[in-house]
Design a protein around this ligand. Structure first.
Ligand code: ADP
Ligand code: MG
Length: 729
């Protein structure tokens, strides 16, 4: 009998070329075939006559091929197979693109069945790329509920179904990792039955029940993992950092504003975590502009007051630099030295005694590296009596960090490089953590445990921050191992951004409005669509063209910058800085535009073809404006007014927008399936609170008795497999 590990080439007649392609789909063994789930199902269960066909509705028809031709499109490269199919009631056309092999399959007078969505043009009804099957065979592929698999060139759904059928015919050994009691309790099918029903469902219900089982199992594993991580962290030690009441009071009093309630609440949670002897693992989730930085500064201040080091890591140099400015400015009276370590910048800020006497020559604020015109620097306390900023070499920087002369180290991931040694690093803050990307993130987490923090037997507390509002259901499922602090409230002085959906006939008015704003000294963004990886090249082209068009036809009197994904990061930062320093009036950008960068003077944003973006992403874009004292505006250009975009006119709260977005697009698109590596069916259930809760309860039951899963080896194995394949948090 087969088992899941049986290699496919041993079992089936699979040609080397096919094996190669299957490998691309991740299929090398019987089990991979079985777990290669359909991406969707087409319900083809009712056969109709050709005369009964309704435009734009799925139908299956059966008939005889009466005409058959191979054509070439005007693109030349694309081949088109066209047939005419006849039954007793009428004739329908069908075309397939780039499936030349069909020449050998079809012939005149052959009987076939076709399934697809019928379309109507001036010549009558036709199918485009329908599913087909020779009609006299047993109705395996059409005429019922047909699973459609993720395909690759040369591996069709049809072929996959046939292979999987063979596996079931041969029968195979499989052990169900879900304990029987759980199956019984929730009326879930066994693994083997669920596998069968997922591939060969007799009804919609049968695949839905099977999918539910797989989703439950995934969620159960996710909860197991989260609880495991939590328990393991409880076993680790971290530095206890007392709460410095007086210092914090003094700091808060020095701020030009008072904290919002949410900021207070978040910091209360964080400061408590920091006093514990086990590492904090907390996510600070607050909308763009909600004031996460202050909370981070407070945590860093608590750390350094206790005599320990803190590190803040940002995804880009510009963001790191901005933090350096903010920290330096706000901590100027606290006898703290701050280092900025990125590839291009090695700066240290601190009391003159720290900065002087080292290799660094103290440089005045106006010549501060390449950031001469930075307003912040000019207005900041960076030049007060006893403090200064100096440029130092990388070696000096590393030495200063190692001996503990630098209390707060700010940087890009340059700060977790191998040769960096801390004297006593007790807190790591990761800003805009979502921006580090999925792969890098798991890498980051691993790196952090390996970091040479100078505290043997202890690991640093970790605070991650993200400006992507995460709806509660999602964070319950996917972020179970983290404690989450939310900032949903904006500072009071903030003027909500006025958002409007703009139809083509009103675009000129918007351009005029921008002209006016720029004449009043403000700046504007124009954001471009095209978000898919595959569109990268097209994106660049479109952005360049649009930049040229705006410059020539719309805003010839202004200076326009251009930013896109094909630029080197150095180049991107320079363009951002030019904009920040008002050397350009309008920044035309693709979706690569920096998250978190503060350009208080930019007050208007246009998002072109806004309907191509998700609401959450649009909300992120809009957060680039409205960061200063001025009223800000976001104009969403669209072809026609959609209710979806109007949600942004209505809500300025990112959590509300995210929740709506989630409901409209579904969890898969909201999170991006490929991002997480979770199955579609799991994604569809990810907001199912009842299921999450049950999965959590069952997982807790097990972890309470058996953290390492020593008595649940099957589960342990499955968990390891999941850890390899998916990326959460
Ligand atoms: P984000 O959460 O996006 O990182 P920031 O921390 O950069 O937001 O804060 C955005 C701006 O709001 C900063 O200029 C900051 O000084 C200001 N800010 C933060 N907290 C408050 C507050 N409680 N009241 C008024 N302004 C605040
Ligand atoms: Mg920020």
């Amino acid at each position: 009998m087969l088992n899941l590990k049986t290699p496919i080439d041993k079992t089936f007649h699979i040609k080397p070329a096919q094996a190669e392609k299957l490998k691309k789909l991740g299929i090398t063994a019987v089990g991979d075939f079985l777990f290669h789930f359909p991406a969707r199902y087409d319900d083809l269960s009712n056969l109709v006559s050709i005369s009964e066909i309704i435009p734009e509705q799925s139908a299956t028809v059966s008939g005889e091929i009466i005409k058959f031709a191979l054509k070439r499109s005007w693109h030349k490269k694309i081949s088109i197979i066209e047939i005419q199919l006849r039954d007793e009631t009428g004739i329908i056309r069908a075309t397939w693109f780039n499936q030349k092999y069909l020449i050998d399959v079809f012939s005149k007078n052959k009987f076939i069945r076709l399934s697809g969505k019928a379309k109507l043009d001036k010549n009558g009804f036709y199918f485009s790329n329908p599913i087909w099957e020779v009609a006299d065979k047993n109705p395996n592929h059409t005429g019922r509920i047909v699973p459609i698999y993720p395909e690759t060139r040369g591996i069709t759904s049809k072929w996959l179904r046939w292979q999987i059928e063979t596996i079931f015919k041969n029968d195979f050994d499989i052990v169900d990792p879900l304990p029987v009691e759980i199956l019984k309790k929730y009326h879930l099918p066994t693994l083997k039955k669920a596998l069968y029903d997922v591939h060969f469902p007799r009804s919609e219900n049968s695949y839905l029940v099977a999918q539910k089982r797989f989703a439950f199992f995934d969620m159960f594993l996710i909860q197991l993992r989260a609880l495991q991580i939590k328990k393991q962290l409880k076993k680790e030690s971290a530095q206890e950092l007392e709460f410095p009441t007086e210092k914090i009071k003094k700091f808060l009093a020095s701020l030009p504003f008072s904290l919002t309630n949410d900021q207070k609440k978040a910091f209360t949670e964080i400061k408590k975590d920091l006093t514990k002897k086990h590492p904090m693992n907390r996510l600070l989730n607050g909308d763009v502009g909600s004031g996460k930085t202050i909370v981070a500064i407070l945590a860093a201040l608590q750390t350094s007051t206790n005599g320990f080091q803190a590190a803040i890591m940002a995804p880009t140099e510009v963001l790191a630099y901005q933090h350096f400015e903010n920290f330096s400015k706000l901590l100027a009276d606290f006898d703290i030295s701050i280092g900025l370590l990125t590839n291009s910048y090695k700066l240290v800020y601190g009391s003159r005694s720290t900065v002087h006497g080292r290799e660094g020559k103290v440089i005045g604020h106006r010549s501060l590296v390449s950031l001469k015109n930075s307003k912040l620097i000019q207005n900041s306390k960076l030049e007060i009596e006893n403090y200064s900023t100096a440029k130092i070499s990388r070696e000096t920087m590393l030495e200063e960090i190692k001996v503990g002369n630098i209390d707060i180290v700010i940087g890009t991931h340059a700060i977790i490089q191998k040769d960096i040694r801390f004297k006593n690093l007790a807190l790591i803050i990761i800003d805009e953590q979502h921006r580090f990307g999925v792969m890098q993130r798991s890498y980051l987490q691993q790196k952090i445990t390996e970091i040479n923090d100078g505290l043997p037997d202890k690991i640093p507390h970790l605070l991650s921050m993200t400006a992507t509002p995460i709806p509660r259901t999602i964070s319950m499922t996917l972020l179970g191992s983290l404690d989450v602090s939310l900032i949903t409230e904006m500072p009071k002085n903030r003027k909500p951004i006025i958002t409007k959906v703009i139809l083509p006939d009103k675009q000129n008015e918007v351009y005029n409005f921008i002209r006016q704003e720029i004449k009043n000294g403000r700046q504007a963004f124009v954001i471009f669509p095209l978000v898919e990886e595959s569109e990268k090249l097209a994106e660049v082209k479109a952005a360049v063209t649009e930049h040229a068009r705006l410059l020539r036809d719309v805003f010839p009197e202004f200076k326009l910058g251009l930013l896109h994904g094909r630029m080197k990061s150095k180049e991107k930062e320079e363009i951002m800085l030019n904009f920040k320093n008002k050397k350009t009036d309008i920044l035309v950008s693709t979706s690569v535009i920096e998250v978190g960068i503060d350009i208080p003077n930019a007050t208007v944003m246009i998002v072109e073809e806004a309907y191509r973006f998700g609401l959450s992403q649009l909300h992120q874009f809009r957060g680039r404006v409205g960061r200063g004292e001025f009223q800000s505006y976001c104009f969403l250009f669209a072809k026609n007014s959609t209710t979806r975009l109007r949600i942004l006119e209505k809500y300025t709260d990112g959590f509300k927008v995210a929740q709506e977005d989630l409901e409209i697009r579904g969890p898969g698109d909201f999170l991006g399936n490929r991002q997480s590596g979770l199955a579609d069916s799991t994604m569809q259930n990810i907001t199912n609170i009842k299921m999450i809760k049950c999965a959590y309860e069952e997982a807790r039951e097990i972890i309470n008795h058996d953290v390492a899963l020593k008595n649940n080896l099957l589960l342990k194995e499955e968990l390891e497999k999941m850890n390899r394949n998916i990326h959460l948090e």
